[in-house]
Design a protein around this ligand. Structure first.
Ligand SMILES: Cc1ncc(COP(=O)(O)O)c(C=O)c1O
Length: 386
């Protein structure tokens, strides 16, 4: 059955039109409650059992593994940020001089700086695949350009499932096939897609997946997730802490220093990963996220935005065609003569929240948004464009 608005499970005021989950999501009511309870618990630390350093994190890893269709939760670990997880990836990649690392034009910086540094370290080449300068079939042409650029020289391809500011969808399956052919690694940033677009580790088999937790996964800021494939099983983490060593649950024996890490991805866990407040909020958040089928979320977002997109185009804006871009996140390219400062002011006055990223006004919507929200946005834009 088609999804309906879920605004009632959020605390968003009625006069706020929030189109900015791609930047920062609002909390589900249950996540807010879990956070408050965890804050209160801090006043009574004697009530926090030592198993809380580990068990809730294990449960969290299981929930994230389920969300990304990964059969083994031990391949999943929490991370303070995408860049932290990415640093662990890059730290365990060795390149040859002249090897190529492929990224996408205007990719999110946390997925670029890491690669620039790695390229410098090994005298490798960072290759940026430009967005084709076309208004139709851009997604298809961009994907073709990516596939063409993957050659025997490619060592790593690092990109998102969608572009973070315009929403173009990258064909990860075809990219994976080509990377396998040339023995190149595929590193995916799922920050703008996991939870709201269908995705399966078992099906795609990327080498690593990094994902912010404060957007489409509705957790607090400072909580990301990572999946590490077999290539990283025996890697070296960027920092050493007590909790990711084998048998660290035995607090009495902590100074029987241990050379071995816990299995698989656990070695990449940051110190203090058991963060009692964050983890409780994250557990509540993934509990909510897992209730909805990503395909149904896409259908819902498409159904509430379709009419508005038609109107945006009538106003002279460009929006990529449905099918080549995501429905929960898309960029609107404004006509050149538009006073963007004035538009931003008008939207703010009416409590309509969007992002401006590069040359796009980025709209992102979720189950708390409705067609009525899009009507408000259309009206505000029409008033500014006159
Ligand atoms: C595509 C993408 N990746 C990653 C991030 C966050 O990166 P980090 O966790 O390193 O701050 C964002 C934030 O906007 C993003 O849009």
């Amino acid at each position: 059955m088609a999804l309906r608005s879920q605004k009632h499970v959020f605390n968003l005021p009625d006069d706020v039109t929030y189109f900015n989950t791609a930047s920062l999501s609002p909390s589900f009511k249950s996540v807010e409650a879990a956070g408050i309870e965890a804050v209160i618990n801090k006043s009574h630390p004697y009530k926090i059992p030592s198993s809380d350093f580990f068990d809730p994190v294990t449960e969290l890893r299981k929930r994230f593994a389920k969300l990304i269709d990964c059969n083994d939760y031990q391949r999943v670990v929490t991370s303070p940020s995408v860049s932290y997880g990415m640093a662990n990836v890059a730290n365990n990649i060795k390149l040859q001089k002249g090897d190529e690392i492929l990224v996408i034009e205007e990719q999110f910086p946390s997925n670029v700086y890491t690669w620039r540094k790695l390229a410098q370290r090994y005298d490798a080449k960072l290759v940026t695949i430009k967005k084709p300068a076309v208004k139709t079939n851009c997604g298809q042409q961009w994907n073709e350009a990516i596939l063409k650029a993957i050659t025997k020289n490619t060592a790593v391809v690092a990109l998102g499932h969608i572009h973070w500011s315009n929403g173009i969808i990258f064909n990860l399956k075809a990219i994976r096939q080509k990377t396998l052919k040339h023995n190149a690694l595929l590193i995916v940033d799922g920050s703008q897609s996991i939870g709201v677009m269908p995705f399966s580790i078992e099906n795609l088999q990327p080498d690593a997946l990094l994902c912010a937790g404060y957007k489409w996964l509705f957790g607090p800021y400072g909580c990301a997730y990572a999946y590490y494939g077999p290539k990283f099983d025996n890697g070296i983490p960027i920092e050493e802490n007590w909790s990711n060593r084998l048998n660290s649950e035995n607090l009495v024996g902590l100074t029987n220093y241990q050379d071995l890490y816990k299995p698989l991805a656990n070695r990449y866990a940051v110190g203090e990963n058991g963060s009692f407040i964050y983890v409780k909020m994250q557990l509540a958040a993934l509990n909510e996220v897992l209730k909805y089928n990503p395909k149904d979320i896409q259908d819902y977002c498409r159904s509430i935005s379709e009419k508005a997109i038609h109107k945006f185009r009538e106003m002279g804006c460009s929006v990529f065609d449905a099918g080549e871009r995501a429905n929960h996140l898309f960029g609107i390219e404004l006509p050149e003569n538009i006073d963007v400062d004035l538009l931003q002011k008008k939207l703010k006055e009416q409590k309509i929240y969007v992002s401006f990223r590069g040359k796009y006004m980025r709209i992102s919507c979720y189950l708390f948004n409705t067609e009525n929200d899009f009507d408000k946005l259309v009206k505000a834009m029409e008033a500014t464009f006159k």
